[in-house]
Design a protein. Structure first.
Length: 256
């Protein structure tokens, strides 16, 4: 018997914007909903809905590897949403993002992992993160930009919008790309855990089947796929993501 299908992401309406996080070029915002406070990743931001697809898909893969990731939801941004932050750039961005966006549960009181705190990270967790990032081609986890939060005695992975870079040029993807696209472990935050990652490799790879990858890709909200690829085949796209990841997962894995 196969694994049960993954449920669709819950959907909430944003009722108020508290503030923007003015860091990087994506300008996520803190919003209130009837179900609590979320960090909204907006489809009107620089990388558009393709980044939201990466956030959804990679976060689901991370959870299947036992890695903590904030809860994800679809956030409906209404027109003229009240905002405590009256910045003109934010107002314009909200106008471009009316409709469905991605929300991640706000980890109130969390702090970003610092370089001098790396020894506090469980070595097995670090190795799993390294394996995941190499698999999905996420280059955005380094000493200068850890993208890991410390909260309630756990380390939580955030910001996967730069992963899955192949999706930005589907027409240029070849049969060989999943096997031949390089990944340099040396620049990764957890590069020192390469040997432990290799020891865990077979165990981690066995967690995934092609069927499971297709099911995971199908959990990406269709609104994000439609917005990122208005001429794309919405039925075929989840299979394309799954196929790339499955080919990359075949032994011997190119990053191990």
């Amino acid at each position: 018997m196969g694994q049960p299908s993954l449920p669709a992401l819950p959907a909430f309406e944003a009722v108020r914007v508290r503030s923007a996080f003015r860091r990087g070029n994506s300008l996520p915002v803190l919003v209130e909903t009837p179900r609590g406070v979320f960090v909204a990743k907006l489809r009107g931001a620089a990388q558009g809905s393709a980044a939201l697809i990466s956030e959804c898909l990679v976060a689901d893969l991370a959870e299947q590897l036992g890695l903590p990731v904030p809860e994800r939801v679809v956030l409906q941004i209404p027109e003229d949403i009240p905002s405590d932050d009256q910045n003109d750039e934010l107002r314009q961005l909200l106008g471009l993002s009316v409709g469905k966006n991605l929300g991640l549960r706000y980890l109130d009181g969390s702090s970003e992992l610092r370089a001098d705190q790396l020894s506090r990270v469980d070595p097995e967790l670090a190795a799993r993160v390294l394996w995941l990032d190499a698999w999905v081609l996420n280059m955005d986890r380094s000493l200068s930009n850890p993208n890991i939060l410390s909260w309630h005695a756990q380390h939580w992975l955030i910001d996967h919008g730069a992963a899955l870079p192949f999706q930005h040029d589907w027409d240029g993807v070849t049969e060989q790309d999943p096997r031949e696209t390089p990944y340099d472990l040396r620049g990764h935050l957890f590069a020192a855990h390469g040997e432990r990652m290799r020891a865990l490799d077979e165990q981690l790879a066995r967690r995934f089947s092609l069927e499971r990858l297709v099911d995971t890709a199908k959990r990406v909200p269709r609104a994000f796929l439609r917005d990122a690829f208005p001429r794309g085949d919405l039925e075929r796209l989840p299979h394309a993501y799954a196929a790339f990841l499955w080919k990359r997962l075949k032994a011997p894995r190119p990053w191990v």
